[in-house]
Write a new protein. Structure first.
Length: 197
């Protein structure tokens, strides 16, 4: 039987070993090509998935210095969860520069000194929560294109009660920390960057 020319998002997710939501994020950030059927379903060319798998194998190894590393800033108030983030993400052996701060205010200060490629924002922090921090970041035209992942209770009722989130924010539910989705998001970002280079 001949290899199909296009895959559904579910088939692409199985082939890549990531979640369905991760494939959708990869399409949105340009790491995967896709088109929509008249019924609104995404179809992804097999050659786009295969090219992504090749790029995954050719990503620079962990510890490689240079512009190919991804700067990731995480806001998480709980010291135990901070350590879980660090231990888990270090184990991925992706080319990441990881920084973790315990408040939205400290994140804003750090972003003022060095702009990360990706911000992973816990929505439920004491003081300035993730909702307020994201609103302040999106209010600045200089920061409008920074990729932000919001992690927390993201149901419509809770989000609305906190004033909502901008439509371009990627959201993942927590608890537990959605490491599978975060890894796929970061990998998609790295693959898209490598594609541009």
């Amino acid at each position: 039987m001949a290899e199909p020319e296009f895959l559904s998002t579910r088939q692409a997710a199985q082939r890549l070993g990531v979640s369905l939501g991760t494939v959708q994020n990869m399409v949105e950030c340009g790491a995967l090509e896709a088109w929509k059927t008249t019924g609104g379903h995404r179809r992804i060319p097999v050659n786009s998935v295969e090219a992504l798998l090749i790029r995954r194998r050719n990503l620079p190894p962990y510890g490689h210095n240079g512009g190919s590393r991804l700067d990731v800033l995480i806001t998480e108030a709980d010291p135990v969860l901070q350590q879980i983030y660090r231990t888990t993400m270090d184990g991925w052996e992706l080319p990441l520069n990881l920084s973790i701060v315990d408040s939205g205010f400290k994140a804003l200060l750090q972003i003022g000194h060095r702009l990360p490629d990706v911000l992973i924002a816990d929505l439920a922090m004491p003081g300035m929560d993730g909702f307020e921090m994201i609103r302040q970041l999106r209010a600045s035209s200089d920061l409008a294109h920074m990729d932000i992942v919001a992690v927390g209770t993201v149901d419509r009722e809770s989000t609305t009660a906190h004033g909502g989130l901008p439509p371009d924010i990627t959201t993942f539910p927590k608890p537990p920390i959605p490491f599978h989705e975060i890894k796929g998001f970061l990998f998609g970002h790295l693959a898209a960057r490598q594609r541009v280079v």
